[in-house]
Design a binder for this molecule. Structure first.
Ligand code: ATP
Length: 348
C-alpha cells in the first residue's frame, strides 16, 4: 500500500530533495485552472466514453493488436482540456500502448484520434509534438550517457537544423541552437537542475530523473503533456515536490494525462480518472468515483482496497501466494521477463 499522502510543503527539503515548484501556485484565489477543470467535469455522468464539455483529445474505435493479443481496444474517449486526467489499470492493461498510439510512436490497427479537432492518424511523433502533444519517456541507457543539457536539446522540436537545406545554412542552425539552449537552461532553472547541466543524466537521483523527463517534454512548448509514471521510483519524500510540478502544468493551461500506479497520487492530482483493463476502458469519473466502481475494484484495486481481510480471506490469499511461489520455482521465466522492456524501448 502506498504511504498516506502528506500535506503540500509539509516537509522541509533535505539535501537530496527536489525543491518544490514556485510557491505562487497556492495563491489566495486558489488554483483557478484546477477549479475550472473540476467545475467543468463535476456534473458529468460517471460513464465510459462520456462526452466532455471541451475535449482536447478525442479517441474513436482505436485498436492495437500484437499477434493474437489485443493490447488496446478503446471505443470512445474524450480528454478534457486544461485538466489532469489520470490513466490507471493493472500491468498490461494497455496504458503505455495507448500513450504510444496517441503520440505517433505506434500506429493502431483501426481507429481515429484527434487533438483540437485535428486528425493525428499517420503522423510521426515529431509531427504530433509540433502540433503540441508530447509524452515523457523514462531515461533509457542511451539517454543516461548524455548530459542533462544534451537530453534537453533532444527534446527540442522544430529545429531548423534538422532540414537538409537549412543545414546548409549554418548561421540559421546556430541561431536555433542558441535559442534551444536558452530555453533548456530556463527550464533547468525552473526544475532546479541547472547546476547539473553538464552531468551525465545517468548519475541523477530518481527524483531528478523524473524532473528531467518532465523538463525535456516541455522543450517543445506543448499543449498536451502525457506523463508516463511520473512518480515511479521516486523517494516518497520527493513525491510532493514532483506533484507540485505536475499541478503547475495545469496552472499554465496545459492538458495533462498521466499513467500512475500509486492511488494516493492519482487521488491527489487527478481531476478525472480513466481506468483501463485488458485494453479496454472499464470506467471513468472523478477520483472519488473510482474506488466505488465494482468493475475497477474487481479488475484493479482488489476487493479489499480499503478494508482489512477477514481471517478466511487472509488464508485464501496466503494459499494462493504459496501456490504462485511454487509455480515460480518451477519455471525461470514469467511476466517480468517480457515486460521489463516496454514497447517504446524504455526499460522498466
Ligand atoms: N511491442 C510489443 N510487442 C508485443 N506485445 C506488446 C508490445 N507492447 C505491448 N505489448 C503487450 O500489450 C499489452 C499492453 O501492454 P502495455 O505496456 O501497454 O500495458 P500497461 O498498461 O502500460 O502496463 P504496465 O502498467 O505494466 O506498464 C501487454 O500484454 C504487453 O505485453
Amino acid at each position: 500500500m502506498p504511504a498516506e499522502p502528506t500535506a503540500h510543503g509539509a516537509h522541509a527539503a533535505g539535501p537530496d530533495e527536489v525543491p518544490a515548484a514556485a510557491p505562487t501556485r497556492e495563491s489566495a484565489a486558489g488554483r483557478i485552472p484546477q477549479r475550472l477543470a473540476q467545475a467543468a467535469l463535476k456534473d458529468l455522468p460517471w460513464e465510459v466514453g462520456v462526452a466532455k464539455p471541451d475535449p482536447a483529445i478525442v479517441v474513436d474505435k482505436v485498436t492495437r493488436t500484437f499477434g493474437g493479443l489485443t493490447a488496446v481496444s478503446v471505443d470512445h474517449l474524450e480528454v478534457q482540456r486544461g485538466g489532469i486526467t489520470g490513466l490507471i489499470g493493472p500491468n498490461g492493461a494497455g496504458k503505455t500502448t495507448l500513450f504510444n498510439l496517441l503520440t505517433g510512436f505506434d500506429q493502431p490497427n483501426t481507429g481515429t484520434w484527434s487533438f483540437d479537432g485535428r486528425d493525428l492518424g499517420k503522423l510521426s511523433p515529431h509531427q504530433v509534438a509540433r502540433l503540441g502533444v508530447v509524452r515523457t519517456f523514462q531515461l533509457t541507457k542511451a539517454l543516461s550517457r548524455l548530459t542533462v543539457l544534451q537530453n534537453m536539446l533532444l527534446g527540442a522540436q522544430g529545429q531548423k537544423g534538422e532540414s537538409f537545406l537549412r543545414a546548409l545554412v549554418p548561421g540559421g542552425w546556430r541561431a536555433q541552437e542558441k535559442e534551444n539552449t536558452e530555453r533548456a537552461m530556463d527550464l533547468l532553472r525552473r526544475f532546479k537542475l541547472d547546476a547539473k547541466k553538464d552531468d551525465f543524466a545517468g548519475i541523477l537521483s530518481g527524483g531528478q530523473r523524473k524532473l528531467l523527463e518532465m523538463a525535456r517534454a516541455l522543450m517543445s512548448d506543448p499543449k498536451v503533456v502525457m506523463l508516463d509514471e511520473p512518480m515511479a521510483g521516486v523517494n516518497p519524500a520527493l513525491t510532493q515536490s514532483l506533484l507540485g510540478h505536475v499541478k503547475d502544468l495545469r496552472e499554465e493551461g496545459m492538458t495533462v494525462i498521466f499513467v500512475e500506479h500509486d492511488m494516493d497520487v492519482v487521488r491527489d492530482i487527478s481531476d478525472w480518472v480513466v481506468v483501463m483493463a485488458a485494453g479496454k476502458i472499464i470506467a471513468e469519473g472523478p477520483p472519488e468515483s473510482i474506488s466505488q466502481n465494482k468493475a475497477v475494484v474487481d479488475a484493479y484495486l482488489g476487493a479489499h482496497h480499503d478494508a482489512p481481510l477477514t481471517v478466511e480471506e487472509e488464508d485464501r490469499v496466503l494459499a494462493e501466494a504459496d501456490a504462485a511461489l511454487g509455480r515460480e520455482d518451477g519455471r525461470s521465466t514469467g511476466r517480468h521477463g517480457t515486460d521489463e522492456i516496454s514497447s517504446d524501448g524504455s526499460t522498466r
